[in-house]
Design a binder for this molecule. Sequence first.
Ligand SMILES: C=C(O[C@@H]1C=C(C(=O)O)C=C[C@H]1O)C(=O)O
Length: 355
Amino acid sequence: MRESYAMYRLPHADQFTVIRQTSGEPLQLQSCAELAGVEGFVMAPFEISARNPILVLKPDVIEDVQLSEEEQVIGAMLSCDCDEEERLSYSRDFDIFHRRLVCGDFGKIVLARRHDMLCDSQISPERLFRRACNMYPRMFVALVSTPVSGTWLMATPEILLEGEGRHWHTMALAGTMKLEGQQLLFDIPAGSRNDNGSIEWSEKNRCEQRIVAKYIAECLGKYSDEMVENGPYKSRAGNIVHLRSDFSFVLRNGECIGNLINDLHPTPAVCGLPKAETYGFIVKNEHGDRNYYSGFAGPWLKSSRSHLYVSLRCMQIEDRRYRMYAGGGLLADSIEQQEWDETEAKLETMKGVFG
Ligand SMILES: C=C(O[C@@H]1C=C(C(=O)O)C=C[C@H]1O)C(=O)O
């Protein structure tokens, strides 16, 4: 039987942690609220179901490993023969999703896609993980493998919830521009760069991020009377830049943490508004199952600080097949080609680890 393990590296750390469950299977949960009573390494899907439950790995063995500075380029040959069909199905999905924005049913909805790559040889997932750690020092990098979820690698910039006891932190991350050298692409009108070289974000990007920030502030207001919001400011993640606001807060009652996660997940950074309707719409209409993409993952501990991140910029590894996932927030004024380009830019995070 396949052993369950998780390796993770927190942003800016020079070591990573390996957690192995050597006895039994990871715990399976059917709701975020149940997280209040457990601890371990958590791997949660976008849509919690019997097939894709929340998994909690029991840390039978915990080990900290120093990262070496140089990880060699992997240099594998990747191929993909699905481009045309993939482009078409994204375009169809976009039309169906966009219609509901234009008629006013939804304020925002996130459309995601999958992209399969085949490699000419099998590469050890740990090698890919170590390379991702070296390439993306500001991101949370994790490799998780269980019999139920399969093997996933992610390098994500987005915190869902971080902290301990009654003191917690989260963020509203949305709005995307691509860094091309010093150039920022996607919907920046010519001449929108300031004299000091900083970026002017489009109203569409600002609006997307405001929707997420407002939603998070409302969720937190139910559980906290002490909350500080900072931002939005720009935050780099690999070859892209996002708008980000930070929230620090003190819980009225530490025991309610499971309910708070239940309210937060999925935030409009990966789902939409209104939440229940866009969630149902995504599950029913989006091409391909999101599986554990746009869920959350990370160490969830009672005795020390917990770090749950949104599972973005990720791929599922199955032998020589790498299934990558990326999405982006749509508004009524979204343009299909720009949204497609944004998902392409996000896919580059995982493609990059192959060198
Ligand atoms: C959905 C993804 O990213 C999310 C969506 C963003 C956007 O729409 O601009 C930005 C950051 C993330 O919150 C993804 O990376 O797949």
